[in-house]
Design a protein around this ligand. Structure first.
Ligand SMILES: [Ca+2]
Length: 148
């Protein structure tokens, strides 16, 4: 991804300043999720949690420069997320039937985005539906997941 334009940077700076209420050039860890969302990113709670432990480990502060790096990191569109998921499913769906076993689906869910609990997965499977062989239409499933 290319660099941000000066117009974008100005918008990001304004957002950053709003969250840096004591104007010391640093935003607190517990605000980074809201800050990223305020500029249109959609990190999941788990991504934020992982990010904060990473920052803590490296003893990094969230200054404006770091904030720009983080925007880039989370700048994945819904379409890109969807494509990533479809690729993962297609790798398991060797015959390209558009279906995979519910068990394989559970496996993929632990690798992408937020690991879901068994109950979550069961709920989702109930919403999307399974055929009599225990297979799931994964495009339906992805649509279900992305719109959430
Ligand atoms: Ca501050």
């Amino acid at each position: 991804m290319s660099d941000f334009s000066s117009k974008q940077k100005k918008i990001f700076q304004e957002a950053f300043d709003l969250f840096d209420q004591n104007l010391d050039g640093v935003v607190e860890f517990d605000q980074i999720g809201s800050l990223l969302r305020s500029v249109g990113q959609s990190p999941t709670d788990l991504e934020i949690k992982n990010l904060i432990s990473e920052l803590e480990k490296d003893q990094e502060k969230i200054d404006f420069k770091k904030f720009l790096e983080l925007i880039k990191r989370f700048d994945i569109t819904k379409e890109e997320k969807e494509e990533e998921l479809i690729k993962a499913f297609e790798a398991l769906d060797r015959k390209r039937e558009g279906f995979i076993f519910a068990s394989e689906l559970r496996y993929i869910l632990t690798k992408f985005g937020e690991p879901l609990t068994k109950e979550d997965v069961t709920d989702i499977l109930r919403g999307v539906g399974m055929d009599k062989d225990g297979k799931v239409n994964y495009k339906d499933f992805i649509n279900f997941l992305i719109q959430k």
